[in-house]
Design a protein around this ligand. Structure first.
Ligand code: DC
Length: 227
């Protein structure tokens, strides 16, 4: 069987990866693999077990029995951890911070490589993987690679509005400083830091409407399909 077409979308938090990937996956009928959600599930499981987030031996045990799956329902990509819908629980501020911490552990990254690849290679038509190191580490030979970014203030404003809509009001300065901290941790870690792949198409979404970002990536996919 030929390998499904692999689309890697990397970039910092708030650049629009999730929204863009969801729309594209629906348009192209591709499988969506939200790799950040997998790191978030590891963090949630570790927190529920009361583990120290740098206890590699216990993390390794936990990873051995990790069961994460996705199910799209009414246009929402639900995330299941051991059969429980944890879509909301993995996105709390506490869990976001914990996800960033566990994602810096080499043992966690190594273990999740195989899972991310398997989820994508099982796709029927193609797979869109969104994350930080898809084009550099998970699929260095991806068919399409995009690095999506935007200036930090715009990204913080988008996050602020998203939180506000969910009823969680937080000063924008605090959103920005938490985001800066996560950006720093993601970019400075030793293993698989956030950086564009040398052959990625870099897209700045600061002043681009969502529809335009989606269209540009879809054009890349279509031109790749035409060979
Ligand atoms: O995209 P996100 O905010 O849901 O990701 C959660 C955390 O996981 C974030 O701190 C970055 C990390 N992550 C990573 O290190 N590598 C990935 N491929 C995806 C996410």
């Amino acid at each position: 069987m030929p390998r499904p077409l692999i689309v890697a979308i990397d970039g910092p938090a708030g650049a629009g990866k999730s929204t863009v990937s969801k729309i594209l996956a629906r348009r192209l009928d591709f499988t969506l693999v939200d790799t950040g959600a997998i790191y978030r599930c590891v963090a949630l499981k570790a927190r529920r077990q009361g583990l120290a987030l740098d206890d590699d031996a216990r993390l390794e045990q936990l990873l051995g029995t990790l069961d994460v799956s996705f199910h799209v329902e009414e246009e929402v990509n639900h995330v299941f951890l051991e059969g429980e819908d944890v879509s909301e629980a993995i996105r709390t501020p506490e869990n976001s911070l914990a996800a960033s911490q566990v994602s810096s552990r080499p043992v966690v990254r190594a273990h999740l490589l195989d899972l991310q690849r398997r989820l994508a290679l099982h796709a029927q038509h193609g797979a869109i993987l969104e994350g930080r190191d898809i084009g550099t580490v998970v699929f260095p030979d991806a068919d399409v690679k995009v690095f999506l970014f935007a200036n930090p203030e715009i990204r913080a404003r988008r996050r602020y509005e998203e939180l506000f809509e969910k009823g969680h009001e937080k000063p924008i300065d605090q959103v920005l400083s938490e985001q800066n901290r996560r950006d720093r941790e993601d970019s400075e870690r030793e293993v698989a830091p956030l950086k564009p792949a040398a052959d990625a198409v870099q897209l700045d979404s600061t002043d681009l409407p969502l529809s335009e970002v989606v269209q540009r990536i879809e054009d890349l996919v279509q031109s790749r399909r035409r060979g």
